[in-house]
Design a protein around this ligand. Structure first.
Ligand SMILES: Cc1cc2nc3c(=O)[nH]c(=O)nc-3n(C[C@H](O)[C@H](O)[C@H](O)COP(=O)(O)OP(=O)(O)OC[C@H]3O[C@@H](n4cnc5c(N)ncnc54)[C@H](O)[C@@H]3O)c2cc1C
Length: 554
């Protein structure tokens, strides 16, 4: 590593190099349950620094095969995607400027926090609406690499649907601009005989040769972050060839993103929420399709365990929210507290509609309310005040959004163990799927909540565990197997938005089969034959490696 450090400096690397014990400790974790201790952390000042680092690793790798680079932005990855035993490249330290914003597009460096990016886009009355629940903590570059999604994805899609153009440093250490190409532009690119042309040609040939199998491999759910999104790269009908679809969601295993152009949509100021309290999960079978017919902007849910957790750890909300918002939460909770005396609902569903005007939102909410009247669920209509989603309905959003964060922070002697944290099954299966899921959670006595994006059938089950206790630790593998097999039985995906990382990479074969996993391997070999970028993730993952790096202390 000393060799690499010295060569970096000699070759004009301008950023910082840090191999202090503190840096190694800090960067050995993300929000996952894994631990990998890096040997060096580098903080590039600009894209030229990133290119220098990649070029030098490519050269020195012949001498030291273990040398590799893993990108890291805010480190909120739940799957272990942002950690590595060699060199971490921190994009958050300096590559953190929003460059240009118009009402329809924003150009930004990858290390910008989403919260800062949003402030800039809102100045133009526009938003990039595939922000995750970690919107206050994560960066726009991490969101690209994970193909993140969130509460607005039901209506607007995922990050892949918002990326117009990317700058990416490939394994030859040069930066390339990638965007959707067709017609003459595509022909010209395919005619290039240089490094870039070769990548385009080989990926194009791979997509053409296995066209039908690749299209069929697309998981039968509305969101997916498993594998490489090969099925969206080449479309014979439209003639569009789009490499951004391969880079988005690739976890920094194919190259490093140095610049992003995001499509923006107008901010719709008005919204209203319909909240449903379900005593019986069986009702989901009829409810979910009916609600989806009304095309809500958001359709979220949380379970009775989340509700209990919120009540039990109420003081922690005080810390998270501050005194003013906490008191507001308590006051608005009183009517619901009284309602709860009549019985705890099994599931709370939150259906949100957006619109240009208050009237439009009112019509949408009342339309759904009318259609659901014959069902036994209790309804509550919130909203239609000046700022409805942050007004009366805030309590529900707090429980849905912050309970996740609450789980993440150490609660007593337990810690979050995200290993069944992100599966998705088509909503029509939920009425039969969810009771079976609950049975597994009960069987292993997991202290876990079920919250997620009901409209996409995407749930975040994150057990609280004392992971260093061998008895608790022993539950991880068998319970993960049972849940994952159940998800696959209902034709779902093991990751809707959090990506494969160390925790799901070894499941790619079970998810996609041998043939498609082989094609993923080919994709990796085309982009990164020397395995410079983020080893042990995606097609390079293995059970033995991942499971030997589960944390044994916190
Ligand atoms: C409380 C909590 C809630 C969450 N909720 C959601 C949610 O609702 N939806 C969701 O999708 N995710 C969610 N996540 C997961 C995570 O926050 C997101 O995936 C987020 O987008 C990651 O951003 P980050 O900046 O932290 O990236 P990091 O964790 O730093 O990195 C994520 C991945 O991107 C790669 N990477 C980072 N920068 C680059 C780059 N410049 N070029 C190439 N690769 C790069 C890393 O190597 C890693 O594989 C949640 C996490 C937490 C802790």
């Amino acid at each position: 590593m000393e060799d690499f450090k010295q060569t970096l400096v000699k070759n004009g690397f301008k950023g910082e190099l840090d191999d202090s014990p503190e840096a190694k400790e800090k960067y050995s974790h993300d929000a996952s349950m894994f631990e990998l201790r890096p040997k060096l952390v580098i903080k590039p000042l600009d894209s030229a620094d990133v290119q220098t680092a990649v070029k030098l690793v490519a050269q020195l790798k012949r001498k030291d095969h273990s040398l590799s680079l893993t990108a890291r932005s805010a480190g909120t990855d739940m799957a272990g995607g942002a950690i590595n035993e060699s060199v971490i490249v921190d994009f958050n330290a300096h590559l953190n400027k929003v460059e240009k914003v118009t009402p329809t597009e924003a150009q930004t460096q990858p290390g910008v926090f989403y919260r800062d990016f949003e402030k800039e886009t809102l100045k133009h009355g526009a938003l990039m609406l595939s922000y995750p629940a970690s919107r206050e903590l994560c960066t726009v570059g991490g969101m690209v690499a994970n193909n993140s999604g969130g509460e607005k994805s039901l209506e607007y899609g995922k990050v892949k649907d918002f990326v117009n153009e990317l700058k990416v440093v490939f394994a030859d250490g040069n930066e390339y601009t990638i965007k959707p190409l067709k017609g003459e532009e595509l022909k010209k690119k395919l005619a290039q005989t240089d490094y870039e042309g070769k990548i385009y040609n080989r990926i194009y040939d791979l997509c053409e040769k296995h066209y039908d199998e690749i299209k069929e491999a697309k998981p039968h759910v509305s969101k997916n972050s498993m594998g490489y999104t090969l099925w969206e790269v080449w479309d014979r009908e439209t003639g569009v060839f789009d490499l951004t679809k391969l880079i988005v969601g690739s976890e920094g295993t194919l190259g490093f993103v140095t610049d992003i152009k995001y499509r923006l949509v107008p901010h719709r100021a008005h919204s209203g929420l319909l909240v449903l309290f379900l005593k019986n999960i069986d009702e989901l079978g009829e409810l979910v399709p009916k609600i989806l017919e009304h095309k809500p902007a958001t359709f979220e849910s949380f379970d009775d365990a989340t509700l209990w957790l919120s009540i039990r750890f109420m003081p922690s909300f005080l810390k998270l929210l501050g005194v003013k918002r906490f008191i507001h939460l308590l006051i608005t909770l009183i009517p619901d507290g009284l309602q709860l005396l009549r019985g705890i609902p099994k599931l709370i569903l939150m259906v949100e509609f957006n619109g240009e005007t208050e009237e439009e939102v009112r019509d949408k909410v009342h339309g759904l309310h009318r259609d659901l009247k014959h069902l036994r669920a209790r309804y509550e209509i919130n909203g239609f005040e000046e700022d409805p989603t942050e007004g009366k309905s805030e309590k529900f959003w707090i429980m849905r959004r912050y309970s996740f964060q609450l789980l993440r922070s150490k609660v007593k002697d337990k810690h979050t163990a995200p290993y069944i944290d992100d599966f998705a099954v088509a909503p029509e299966h939920l009425a039969v799927f969810l009771p079976q899921l609950q049975k597994i959670i009960k069987k292993y006595k997991l202290f876990a909540t079920i919250a997620g994006h009901m409209g996409d059938g995407n749930f975040h089950v994150i057990p609280l565990m004392k992971i260093e206790d061998p008895k608790e630790r022993k539950k991880i593998e068998p319970s993960q197997h049972e849940v994952n097999e159940l998800v696959l039985k209902y034709d779902g995906t093991l990751s809707g938005e959090h990506n494969d990382g160390l925790v799901r990479g070894p499941w790619l074969k079970a998810q996609f089969g041998t043939k498609i996993t082989g094609l993923f391997r080919e994709v990796k070999d085309i982009f990164d034959p020397e395995n410079i970028f983020n080893p042990h993730k995606k097609s390079d993952a293995s059970w033995s490696y991942s499971y030997s790096h589960i944390r044994d202390h916190f």
